[in-house]
Design a protein. Sequence first.
Length: 365
Amino acid sequence: MSNVHGSADSIEVEQHLFEPFRLASLFAVLYFVQGVGEPVAGLVAQPVRSLLKTWGENVAFISAFSAAVSIPWTLKPVYGLVSDFLPFAGYRRKSYLIMSSLVTLVGFTVLYVFRPSGGNYSWFLMMLLAPTVAIAFSDVLVDALMVEKGQPLGLTGVFQSVQWTASYGATLVTGVLGGYLSQMGMEYEAFLVCAALALITLLMAWRFVDETPHRARESLEDTWQALKSSGRSPVLLGVAAFLFLWSLDPLSTTVVYMHITETLGWSEQFFGYTLSLLALGCIAGSIGYGFYCRSVSMRLLTHSAIVLGALSQAAYWTMDSKAAAVMIHILVGVTWMTASLIQLDLAARVCPPKAAATVFAVLMP
């Protein structure tokens, strides 16, 4: 009998040790696919701008169109409320993740098959908004899983490191590929690639997302109590104020894109390279954070984020040559990603797990 108990204990220990690796792998795959498929900054972002420029649109219109596509990301707290308060098919995360993956798959497939043409902007925008909503929703769901699984293990910083290393690994690929497709006039093929990758998220959510079923009434009560406690927490309110002030960022990818391709006259392919270089720096910053985040005080990390954020903005002032652009994008990737991960980790540590989707989405819109 003692041997039986010893064997059971050994299996339990092995499962406990394996769980962080399993979760990290799951988050890595989900974030990688999201990084490729995200219409605002993923693989299709540059091809969409390239199409609009080919159709004769100016920087103001392209910026406005890109801003319109990004609107679903401003609704992340709404997705969080839906996920936290209203379990679907018995689950708060898994079923919604399956549904959002399916919408992404269908949306990109429609864009590839029924290709938009110049002048048909309303239809083009509507078809881009569907996968954008779905991916923004899935981003909220994955972040909620990260908080729920990471807090008990004390691994929120490590999981954030893994997630964003995977996300910028995707950008490293999509920067070069997006630039190539735009340069070669193959913009529509980007939609096909994203549709194929959405199938991976669908299968991962169905097979590997492990979640305890929830009943609607229990979720309503638990989530409401967690939200009320959050609203009265001085620590959480202080964190929210800090993150809001830090997020006042005057730069955007569209501004940099037009500056490189129009003002400086460099090619679409070179802009794609700069995105990959930025992603390379972000990967370095993400990997580094995973190693030291648990051994450095959050107070020191938070002050460091302010300095690094300022440096990442000021660096673009010196971009007057391609050689300078290469170095700047790598260094900005390291500094900006480190500062961002500090904020993400800070937000994840103070989120109440029972309202993780809503609170994290509010803190990190």
